[in-house]
Ligand binder design. Structure first.
Ligand code: XMP
Length: 508
């Protein structure tokens, strides 16, 4: 049985980060909505209560009876989680005149507390709270303070394994945060730290065999890392009963369909490659509105996939490379608990298929680690993200096969250049954009009036925010020269220096 830490999500923006940190300790954890604690799961070794955007006094705040957990499991409350436990057990929580946000230093530390082992006064912690705990119930006592926050951490009396911290140990700026989480997860909860890519593969393959039996499964491949890893994992579990479908909508990168098909075949996958580019180009002809383009491609993709998949008449499952961040939605935003994003939306219902998502509990870097462990080549694992509608959202205005061909060439020079200069892995994603403008140039003795291409390269950790990549001028000069000299129809290259927000990564 895989031991696990349960993280109860009270809606904080950093809940996922708590999950990441616990996984970094080679310990399996699951983030579940605050009111969905799995009381009947014997593999739970500890509980973390997350922060929340609410105050305990808020009508909308999420509440649980902490007495159902205290004393039964080791419990660590973080920020709101700590306030809730103190408040429910007779302590006092008060609104501070202004929200305390930012770095603070621990002034006093009770070094006998197992939670604070190895943490010294002076350690930096990250605060982000409106309310603060002003009095503890008799059950608890203070184990750390900062200059401004007397109750920065508390612990239960009499050996009960309950702790609360007002600061956020999961945030990088909390220098002692990882030590504190290690103390909790490993020393206090007793994790064996046996969660690894290899252990994940072993247990998932076993579970997939039990779940799927002899059923036939279909999976849509995109060329991206998530669907590729899902496919190789399923292939390991059920072999010939997995059929993959890779649709070429005509707006992939230069030679991508051919290259990726070859990679998939080398990985031993049973892949049906479908060249549907003519269909997509016909449907997109004359369409300039970005949202319309997306909708046409989305629907076209479902139609082609559906047509191909329905040839596999005995398929019972649709597998997808959905990953953890796709599944978790902050409670604070919508009030809904968990939302599942279906990459091929609507398909399972339409085709009467059950959904199989073997990566749904993994973070992106864990997906990559699993992929490496499965022997997937590095150039597939380390690929930049690429949007589902492909170059269609990088051609402003209407789309024609000729424009796609021009953009593919420019994009190829840029991406290959990044690889040659050792810059590819330093940026989150990069690509070229074909602009709907022409400008005057001179080539030889001729006046030209041709297209402009914008280059976009960004650094990011999650695509939610991004900064333009500060690429070396010499590199940009070389790429610009090569594009203008080699790509017919382009006489000008610009570099996009917008960050997200307010811009987005893609232009459409
Ligand atoms: P934006 O442009 O919103 O992009 O900053 C954020 C990330 O999402 C990718 N992206 C998409 N991926 N289908 C996808 O599968 C789409 O329609 C789509 N639009 C944007 C984008 O490439 C970036 O990584």
């Amino acid at each position: 049985m895989q031991e696990k830490i349960i993280i109860l999500d009270f809606g904080s923006q950093t809940t996922q980060l708590i999950g990441r940190r616990v996984r970094e300790l080679n310990t399996y954890c699951e983030i579940v909505p605050y009111n969905k604690f799995p009381y009947d799961d014997p593999s739970v070794i500890g509980v973390i209560l997350s922060g929340s955007p609410f105050s305990v006094y808020d009508d909308k705040s999420f509440k649980i009876d902490v007495n159902t957990l205290r004393g039964k499991y080791p419990v660590l409350g973080i920020c709101y989680g700590a306030q809730l436990m103190a408040w429910e057990t007779g302590g006092n929580v008060e609104g501070a005149p202004s929200r305390e946000y930012g770095r603070a230093r621990l002034a006093k530390v009770d070094s006998s507390s197992p939670l604070l082992k190895g943490i010294e006064p002076g350690a930096q912690v990250w605060m982000s709270h409106g309310d603060t705990i002003t009095a503890l119930p008799d059950l608890f006592h203070i184990v750390a303070s900062t200059e401004d926050v007397p109750i920065a951490a508390y612990q239960a009396n009499d050996g009960e394994k309950t702790w609360g911290v007002q600061f956020h140990p999961e945030v990088y700026h909390s220098e002692c945060g990882m030590q504190l989480l290690r103390n909790f997860v490993v020393d206090i909860c007793g994790s064996h730290c046996d969660w690894s890519a290899a252990s994940f593969i072993e247990s998932t393959v076993k579970e997939l065999r039990e779940q799927l039996g002899d059923d036939r499964v279909i999976l849509g491949l995109s060329g991206g890392v998530d669907s590729s890893v899902a496919a190789v994992l399923l292939n390991k579990a059920i072999g010939k009963n997995l059929t993959c479908i890779f649709v070429d909508h005509g707006m992939l990168r230069k030679d991508e369909f051919k290259n990726v098909m070859r990679d998939y075949e080398c990985l031993g996958l049973n892949v049906i490659g479908v060249d549907a580019s003519a269909e997509f180009f016909a449907q997109l002809a004359g369409v300039t509105d970005p949202e319309k383009k997306r909708k046409i491609i989305g629907k076209g993709f479902i139609d082609v996939f559906d047509r191909e998949a329905s040839k596999i008449t005995d398929a019972k499952w649709l597998a997808q490379g959905t990953i953890y961040p796709d599944c978790i939605e902050s409670l604070s935003i919508t009030g809904t608990t968990i939302k599942s994003h279906h990459n091929v939306g609507g398909l399972p219902e339409k085709m009467n298929l059950k959904l199989c998502e073997p990566l749904r509990l993994l973070f992106k870097d864990e997906v990559r680690a699993v992929g490496r462990e499965l022997g997937i080549p590095e150039h597939l694992i380390g690929r930049h993200p690429f949007p589902g509608p492909g170059l269609a959202v990088r051609i402003l205005g209407d789309i024609t096969p000729e424009k796609v061909a021009v953009l593919q060439e420019a994009d190829h020079i840029f991406i290959q250049g990044l690889r040659d200069w050792g810059l590819y892995d330093k940026v989150w994603q990069a690509g070229a954009i074909l602009l709907p403008v022409q400008s005057v140039g001179v080539m030889g003795d001729e006046r030209t009036y041709e297209r402009a291409v914008a280059l976009r390269a960004v650094t990011s950790t999650d695509a939610m925010t991004a900064d333009w990549a500060h690429l070396p001028y010499d590199f940009m000069a070389s790429v610009s020269n090569e594009i203008i000299n080699k790509v017919r129809g382009v006489n000008r290259v610009c570099y996009d220096i917008s960050s997200k927000p307010p811009a987005t990564i893609e232009w459409e």
